[in-house]
Write a protein that binds this ligand. Structure first.
Ligand code: PGA
Length: 253
């Protein structure tokens, strides 16, 4: 369960939310939760949750170079002391910051080199969706990503399928049909099996993201092949996020 807080929370609010969640999540809840605050709050959120086994910290992005003259950017070496996870290739990065699959692949490699789990986002936009091209677009993205991985490293990443038209910040967004989302997961697993062999099908971790809330999370989580969720808007209020985590936990215990 990955909570993408985007730019929604002030430093103070991020610390309060992390503290509240730490208290709220029951010890027997099996869900691995990753909180992704903005860069300035990574260290302090990591400090707040450090004694929690179930909650970890992730970054929302990282630069594709390890070091260099990149004004305003943040390197993997700078996030490494605080995070075990990092989102890469989020559709907002791809759309507004011109990130390509090549950038995403470079970032993924850098994160793996430093022992940070990349949460790699893929997904089709509204136009592709309406044109019935979702499977082709996602298959092409995934094939390119997988070409940069091995039978070992493919299990060190987490994929997040996020249909861009379903992300709640888009005023026209609508949640995906859970069965349709599960079909895309199946497609991704088929490609993985073709490239890496049968055992990959069980071990590959894939999340669904896009307008997931406490009302819809179970509908996604009961689908075969959906291992977790990447939540944006519904993750910034601790009570709501705590509810989502509790629901996922009940399904898995
Ligand atoms: P959402 O965002 O849950 O608000 O749709 C998901 C995301 O952008 O990762």
């Amino acid at each position: 369960m990955v909570a993408n807080w985007k730019m929604a929370l002030s430093h103070k609010a991020a610390l309060e939310a992390a503290g509240a969640l730490k208290k709220m999540i029951k010890k027997d809840n099996p869900v691995e939760t990753v909180l992704c605050p903005s860069f300035p709050s990574l260290a302090a959120v990591a400090e707040v949750i450090k004694s929690s086994e179930k909650i970890q910290v992730g970054a929302q992005n990282v630069h594709w170079e390890e070091k260099g003259a990149w004004t305003g950017e943040v390197s993997v070496l700078q996030i490494k002391p605080f995070v075990r996870w990092c989102i890469v290739g989020h559709s907002e990065r791809r759309e507004y910051f011109g990130e390509t699959n090549e950038h995403v692949i470079t970032k993924m490699g850098l994160l793996l080199k430093h022992g940070i789990t990349p949460v790699v986002c893929v997904g089709e936009n509204r136009q592709d969706h309406q044109a019935g091209q979702a499977t082709q677009v996602v298959a092409a993205q995934v094939r390119q990503l997988f070409a940069a991985l091995t039978v070992i490293t493919v299990h060190q990443i987490v994929l997040a399928y996020e249909p861009i038209w379903a992300i709640s910040s888009d005023p026209l967004s609508e949640p995906d049909d859970p069965e349709q989302a599960a079909e895309i997961m199946l497609l991704i697993r088929k490609i993985a099996v073709e490239l890496f062999g049968r055992e990959t099908v069980e071990r590959l971790r894939i999340l669904y993201g896009g307008s997931v809330t406490e009302k819809t999370v179970e509908q996604f989580m009961i689908q075969p092949g959906i291992d977790g969720v990447l939540v944006g808007g519904a993750s910034v209020r601790p009570l709501q996020l705590g509810d989502i985590i509790a629901r996922v936990g009940r399904l898995n215990s």
